[in-house]
Write a protein that binds this ligand. Structure first.
Ligand code: MIG
Length: 792
């Protein structure tokens, strides 16, 4: 079967425009084959149309500015206001921890990132215990102190932040402005690792690259270093010997973040210069950051199982056939996904009844087998009078308008499309009602794609004209400000709709695009990741990086999106994804099938242990979901998470922790049959062989194609399902281990809004060597069987 490559697509034309007429023509041809001739012609028209509209954008007069001469330092709630000849700086400690810093009168609100923007719009409360002192050092600087952190501000407008016991965290030279543009640097310790910044096709440590803050559809595939992608989040974490902290720049405009050897520079094209600094370990930063921007939505339990998807199953009968084969092969399946091919003209919410004659019956049959149906919904709606969604949206005045006041349009899969303005409350309400039909049919989850928003173009950014108008909660503004929150606000609409229409249950949504705060509505995935061994490696750093950006629930398209993987690549990708939160096989249209059995019995036998172990570990996974929902701690964490002060662990990026008890060492290299694993201090058990190892240090372990090495920390109590029975696996500590972490089980019925039940366990070893598991929870005694592992 021919497998047309998606590499290039219309992006091919966009990025390689300098390559000459021949290449451009070839690129155009490729793109046209993919999106269709009609859409290609439309994309050309749209590209010119957009250029014409954006000529009306007024550029601001450029006037360079620095803070200028120092005028005064005055106490203000939570801190102080520093006034300079050309600017002011507000330093405000916050009651829940962290410092808010803002130039030129910027306030925390309005913001789409802060969780309070969903209801009362309250600003984070200031920490009234803060103390302004100074001037110090011959009148040169002032200090604001609270909660063990000192912010020092000098006469030039430079800010230094350190802990009260003297650890330097960052030094921010005075900012510079050029019209609306501004640039803000922060100098870090040179041993620092810098992590976060959202969904990035980059190594875990972000050093040495520049990242754009502008959500962009890479157009069919991306590889290492391609930037930007769909989900920019202006939060980064710094981990260094001196001390750790996080910084969040709450600004939705276009810009870049350059991460140098010892500094991070934000250069933005507009919007407020305001940022939060959170001193503390990654765990403390994520806790405070998600307290402000929202705790991650806890998915229903089934969402932690295995999901099957592809673009182009084509019909209800075909999907039923696929599901039946899961049963025939006795493979577990929790989610079945329908891509844009289940729709008429690929338009959202318009189910194609010729190919899906009874979607409700289908979803119900699936539910009887405990399989949940998830459907895609793009924001772009067909622009055609007589189309009921379009007509109703026009009547309710929900669509984005262009600079002239006419309904803005672009080109996406349905052809000419219009875009709801999700920054308008009335548009969110209108959109939120569209989910009703699906919910009545028993659809369990929603997949929000193309919401950067993406439109087909032949040159430039594939999105709406920058001059497009947005409501922005009544304040008014244009796409330069609203672009990066388009996906976020779409998910808000979806989340509010599904919560209202299906009360008592938790919405499940996955979104490609978003902004800081997206975690309170949705999870995400790594988008159109390229099929290659590099793609496999990126899918790990991408997912870990998202977790450090407040987005704990994500994972890759197993096998990569754009090509058919070779057997071993598929196996290794499947094994890795079995230990990442969102575990789904997906691929582009027209590629060969890649369900677990599609590569033959050998491959099936190689991936099956990881698939089954995923289901064994589900009680542990679900506990981690609640933990993420309570503290922002991601399910999967780089090694430095628990060892931020251990320089040896800082650079280990090819293995990771699943919660605090399980260490996963995936094979990311073609042909490898063993690998080195860096074990932290303590005893570690290989979960499949039960062999014990003592860390710290490297060990080499076998990793045949059917095996992904997984270790459990000695002293842990792991809640697992064995033969359908909830069982505690108790891993004995090493004799030298002082720390016996025990374990936790948090559970509910698998969905709903009731408070979950929490139980904790600890391994106890008596003086006579007798061992037992102690229990705290609602039952009168330990209600689960224990399976002991190891010897003491
Ligand atoms: O322009 O819905 O990333 O997962 O299969 C392509 C079709 C649109 C991009 C998504 C991909 C999905 C595809 N979509």
């Amino acid at each position: 079967m021919a497998t047309p490559s998606l590499t290039g697509w219309w992006r091919h034309i966009r990025l390689r425009a300098h390559e000459g007429v021949f290449d451009r023509a070839r690129g155009l041809l490729k793109s046209a084959m993919l999106v269709g001739w009609a859409n290609s012609a439309k994309a050309i028209i749209y590209t010119f149309h957009r250029a014409r509209l954006d000529r009306r954008l007024k550029s601001s007069p450029v006037s360079s500015r620095a803070p200028g001469a120092f005028v005064s330092a005055e106490p203000s709630p939570g801190g102080a206001t520093f006034t300079y000849a050309n600017a002011t700086l507000e330093v405000r400690f916050l009651a829940g921890g962290g410092v808010f810093l803002a130039w030129d009168g910027a306030q925390p609100m309005p913001s789409y990132a802060l969780a309070s923007s969903d209801h009362d719009g309250a600003e984070p409360a200031p920490d009234e215990t803060s103390v302004l002192a100074g001037p110090h050092e011959d009148g040169d600087c002032w200090s604001v102190t609270a909660g063990g952190v000192v912010v020092t501000v000098d006469r030039s407008g430079a800010v230094a932040i350190r802990t009260a016991d003297g650890k330097p965290l960052r030094y921010d030279p005075p900012p510079r402005w050029d019209g609306n543009d501004w640039e803000h640097r922060s100098v870090l310790e040179s041993d620092a690792a810098v992590l976060g910044l959202g969904g990035r096709s980059a190594p875990l440590d972000r050093k040495g690259r520049t990242y754009r803050l502008w959500n962009s559809d890479p157009g069919g595939t991306y590889t290492i270093g391609d930037d930007p992608l769909s989900l920019s989040i202006p939060l980064y974490l710094v981990v260094s010997d001196g001390g750790c902290h996080g910084a969040f720049y709450d600004n939705t405009h276009d810009g870049t973040v350059s991460v140098g050897a010892d500094e991070v520079t934000f250069a933005l094209t507009g919007g407020p210069l305001r940022y939060y600094v959170f001193p503390g370990t990654p765990a403390e930063v994520l806790d405070r950051y998600t307290q402000l921007t929202g705790r991650p939505a806890v998915p229903p339990r089934w969402a932690l199982g295995y999901h099957q998807c592809r673009w182009g199953y084509g019909s209800e009968a075909a999907v039923r056939g696929v599901v039946d084969q899961f049963a025939e092969h006795e493979l577990p399946l929790s989610g079945i996904w329908l891509d844009i091919d289940h729709l008429v003209d690929r338009a959202p919410f318009a189910v194609d009844e010729t190919r899906y004659p009874d979607l409700g019956g289908f979803a119900k049959d699936m539910l009887e087998r405990e399989i949940h149906t998830v459907v895609i919904a793009d924001p772009g709606l067909i622009r055609k009078r007589g189309n009921p969604t379009y007509d109703s949206g026009r009547r309710a005045d929900v669509f984005c308008r262009d600079v002239r006041g006419q309904i803005a349009w672009g080109v996406v899969w349905p052809g000419w499309t219009v875009f709801p303005d999700f920054t308008a409350p009335r548009a969110r309400k209108w959109w939120s009602d569209l989910y009703e039909g699906y919910l009545e049919q028993g659809i369990a989850g929603f997949w929000h794609d193309m919401n950067e928003p993406s439109t087909f173009v032949v040159t430039g950014d594939g999105t709406l004209p920058l001059s497009t108008k947005h409501d922005l909660e009544g304040r008014g503004g244009d796409h330069r400000e609203a672009h990066n929150v388009y996906g976020l606000t779409m998910n808000r609409a979806g989340f509010e709709g599904v919560s209202r229409l299906r009360p008592g249950r938790r919405p499940y949504m996955i979104s490609r695009s978003g902004y800081a705060g997206l975690q309170r509505y949705a999870g995400t995935w790594t988008g159109d990741i390229g099929t290659s061994w590099e793609g496999l490696a990126i899918s790990l750093s991408f997912t870990l990086g998202l977790g450090l950006s407040g987005m704990p629930y994500s994972g890759p398209d197993i096998g990569g999106f754009d090509q058919h993987p070779e057997d071993e690549l598929y196996v290794r990708w499947f094994q890795l994804a079995a230990y990442l939160p969102f575990f789904r096989v997906h691929c582009a249209a027209a590629l060969p099938f890649r369900e677990p059995w599609a590569f033959g019995p050998t491959v099936l036998s190689q991936i099956k242990p990881a698939l089954l172990e995923r289901y064994e570990l589900l009680p542990y996974w679900y506990t981690l979901a609640f933990e993420a929902g309570a503290s922002g701690a991601p399910y999967v964490r780089p090694m430095l998470w628990e060892h931020p002060d251990d320089a040896a662990m800082r650079w280990v990026d090819d293995q990771f922790m699943l919660g605090s008890s399980v260490l996963v060492a995936p094979v990311l290299e073609n042909g490898a049959r063993e690998r080195t694993v860096w074990l932290p201090t303590g005893r570690w058990y290989d979960r499949s062989t039960q062999q014990a190892y003592d860390g710290p240090g490297p060990v080499t372990v076998a990793a045949e194609v059917d095996r992904i090495p997984v270790f459990v920390r000695g002293g842990s109590v792991l809640p697992v399902t064995l033969d359908g029975v909830l069982t505690l696996e108790a891993y004995l500590p090493g004799a030298a281990d002082a720390d016996v972490p025990g374990g936790t089980l948090v559970a509910d019925e698998g969905d709903g809004v009731a408070e979950p039940v929490r139980e904790t366990f600890r391994i106890e070893i008596g003086a006579d060597g007798a061992r037992s598991v102690s229990y705290e929870g609602p039952a009168s005694e330990l209600p689960y069987p224990v399976r002991w592992v190891g010897s003491y």
